[in-house]
Design a protein around this ligand. Sequence first.
Ligand code: PMP
Ligand code: GLU
Length: 403
Amino acid sequence: MNLSNRAKRIKPSPTLAITAKFKAMKAEGIDVVGFGAGEPDFDTPQHIKDAAIKAINEGMTKYTPVGGIPQLKKAIVEKFKKDNNLEYTTDQILVSPGAKFSLYLAMQALLQNGDVILIPAPYWVSYSDQALLTDADFRLIQATEKTDFKISADDLKKVVENIKSEGLNPKVFLLNSPSNPTGTAYDVEELKAIGEVLLENNMWILSDEIYEFLVYDGYKHNSIVAVMPELKERAIVINGVSKTYSMTGWRIGYAAGPTDIIKAMTNMQSQSTSNPTSISQAAALAALTGPQDCVEEMRKEFDKRREYIAERLNKIEGISCYRPIGAFYVFPNVSGLFGKKYGDRVINSATDFAAYLLDEAKVAVVPGAGFGNDNYVRMSYATSMEEIKRGVDRIEEAVKNLS
Ligand code: PMP
Ligand code: GLU
């Protein structure tokens, strides 16, 4: 085999794989209900699309500066100030083809052999594989619904001490609040306590805040870097327009951090993708500087679906579902169904359950294995209420058919 060890270490993204499978089944005419895709089902708001069309017509069709056009960087600086109480200058901002690539570059810029990145689990599928693409190790810190899927400062401290005792360097902590896949989110006191541990140990924080505006039950997002400003010199904040403005396909995300690290990330971008798409940058600029009512409209719709899906799932025997306060996913625990059978088929894991649902009920969900815990499945409620009803009816029926 001619592949590098690096290439052999990673697997395709399971969220994208389920989404692709769902779309292929649909294209074949199969009546399947999809809870896989982690993308808003709404169309991108019209004023954002208009800005892109205008940019094309005005000739914005060439390479742009590698790290993004100055107007967009300026809008991002203003966004951080207004929404997050964080002060950055434009040379501390990088615009990338998606927040996913900003995250990738941050790990590439920070991590090397001997370093460890600490990731609370359940975690978003790409964090672990992006870590595997560096020469560093990653360590998971497990949490369950018993602690609302949150880790404590003490949990973090213990893992940091263990890593040190192995002669390794616990260099980076990755926080994703609000979280994909669990929908949990940390409050200010919890962020402070975690921040103290990071400061004491001279660690970096990589804070993925992409779901900051998709929050419910009165929760308000606070960036850990604003809660604990002393962290700022060792902090990279990641965000993007994909989720807030329903712009997943446009591929615009961004990072903010100390000048030297942003410069290193920009250099790597210049040698890999070059600039993010010019017209998408014009669209992102319109998203950040234009009317914001579209964000609230989408959030309200997600909120209704969240209430409905969590309540319905909790009524199914053998399934229990944490009520999320952020993002657009539920992460029900299905371990109550383990050991049950359908014909010769035995359900022993969430992976088995997800396969059973797809084969027998034509419902696509993502097994928890890729998120670090195979007692759960992830279901995105970024789909219409009708589809949610249809899908949950099918799951209810499929569970009844187990013995
Ligand atoms: N972080 C999290 C937690 C996500 O769920 C996603 C969605 N794929 C991303 C980052 C990346 O988003 P994008 O690359 O579309 O900006
Ligand atoms: N973040 C989304 C998800 O978790 C999009 C797919 C991906 O990039 O993995 O499903």
